[in-house]
Design a protein around this ligand. Structure first.
Ligand SMILES: [Zn+2]
Length: 435
């Protein structure tokens, strides 16, 4: 669903609730603002339950500064108004205290943005704003000046506090940048802790290559009627997107699901769609070399197409970058499948790693790998690709990967070392489960 169709107060309630539900703030922390077409700024109130705001709680501030509403505006309203006044191109501002970004704010450092392409593309010239007491003129000026003095800056990390993210597009976009940056910072922290050194980053050249490849090579067809089976499959994709989002396997922007419809066609999530609220009409049909008219499929569509063409037994593909599993995608550490029997039973011998950019230039190799080697692949600094006989089957693999990775990470926190199961025990699993 496109949140931008909602009224400004409804959008603010929706994304404040999203921030709270995603555990990116406490019940009392964080504030949002949104500028409407008349130049009014809508802001969250001071205090209250951040997870349960209603439209009537949201305040309107006119361009002249007149406040309308039954509550007191957020204590950080001054910062929101300064950012929106100094940088008229911005439409929305998000502020909260998510644990990943607060962690770097405690070190008074900035997080890496070149860890995954989503943050590399969305975070511009991030700045560190000097400490100030919440609600003070000092904090307002410390934050406002970073946005005012740096014309392309869209993110500021506040020392010992949290982050401000502004967007020239929408509140939904600001939330997406905020969420993905916190998510990427958590991956950075876990990878560094596990590996004992900073994680691997993508270069500017690699990013440019990745971005250039977004152009689809597909023509267009007009969708006439939708069969019952296609409608069911569209609903399944939406349901699993929602589930993956709620279980922190997807973010709003990161995560793709596709499923085979028949010999000639498959369905895939759309580019720019909101994974938390995907609707059946946002799912895109690909038929041979044609894409459904008026829709833009995920940028990875050509890889999905190749996998289906070369692997008749594969009927679903999920691409995701879950927090714990990504430790192994941004370091040289191997993902060990011989940890718990469930992991071995679902994922088998070995998950191979492919270099960043392989979703673009190693499609043939990846399709062959899924046919002959393993149902799951890691693409460095990008994602995991899980294939299956249906969506449930591919989703199961994704969950097992993330849960096992979290268990291994926690084992390491407990002092390690992790002890793998032996070859004899593997043989016993193979016999027991007929593998
Ligand atoms: Zn704050």
């Amino acid at each position: 669903m496109n949140a931008e169709k909602l009224s400004p107060p409804e959008q603010i309630c929706k994304f404040m609730s999203r921030i709270y539900e995603a555990k990116l703030t406490t019940v009392s922390g964080g504030n949002l603002s949104l500028k409407d077409l008349n130049g009014n700024i809508w802001v969250t109130p001071s205090g209250g339950d951040k997870g349960r705001y209603h439209s009537e709680d949201i305040l309107k501030i006119s361009p002249e500064g007149k406040v309308e509403g039954s509550k007191k505006p957020s204590v950080e309203t001054g910062i929101h108004r300064s950012i929106l006044a100094d940088r008229p191109e911005f439409k929305a501002v998000v502020h909260a205290h998510p644990p990943g970004l607060v962690a770097v704010s405690l070190l008074r450092e900035l997080p890496e943005t070149m860890l995954i392409p989503q943050t590399a593309n969305s975070v511009k010239n991030m700045k560190l704003a000097a400490y100030g007491c919440p609600g003070s003129e000092e904090l307002k000026e410390n934050v406002a000046k970073e946005f005012r003095d740096n014309p392309n800056t869209n993110v500021a990390i506040l020392e010992n506090h949290g982050a401000f993210v502004a967007s020239e597009k929408s509140l939904m976009h600001a939330f997406g940048v905020f969420r993905d940056l916190d998510f990427s910072t958590r991956i950075q922290a876990k990878a560094q802790s596990f590996w004992g050194r900073p994680p691997k980053l993508i270069s500017q050249e690699q990013l440019e290559y990745y971005n250039r490849s977004a152009v689809s090579e597909l023509g267009v067809f007009k969708q006439e009627t939708v069969s019952d089976r296609e409608m069911e499959l569209r609903k399944d994709i939406c349901d699993f997107c929602d589930r993956a989002y709620r279980r922190d396997l997807f973010t709003q922007n990161i995560g793709v699901i596709s499923a085979r419809l028949d010999e000639d066609s498959f369905l895939i999530t759309g580019s720019g769609a909101d994974n938390a609220e995907l609707t059946v009409s946002e799912v895109v049909k690909i038929q041979r070399d044609l894409v459904e008219e008026g829709k833009k499929p995920s940028r990875s569509v050509m890889l999905h197409k190749k996998i289906y063409e070369d692997n008749p037994e594969i009927n679903a593909v999920i691409m995701a970058a879950p927090e714990n599993a990504m430790i192994f995608a941004v370091t040289d550490l191997e993902y060990d499948l011989k940890t718990i029997p469930e992991c071995y039973i679902v994922l088998r011998e070995k998950i191979s790693k492919f270099p960043f950019g392989s979703t673009i230039d190693r499609q043939e190799e990846l399709a062959q790998y899924f046919r002959t080697r393993s149902p799951v692949a890691i693409v460095e600094n990008d994602c995991y690709i899980c294939t299956g006989t249906n969506i449930f089957n591919a989703f199961d693999k994704l969950e097992v990967i993330e849960f096992s990775a979290e268990a291994v990470f926690n084992g390491k926190l407990l002092g390690g070392p992790i002890k793998s199961i032996t070859e004899k025990q593997v043989q016993e699993i193979k016999t027991q489960f007929g593998i």
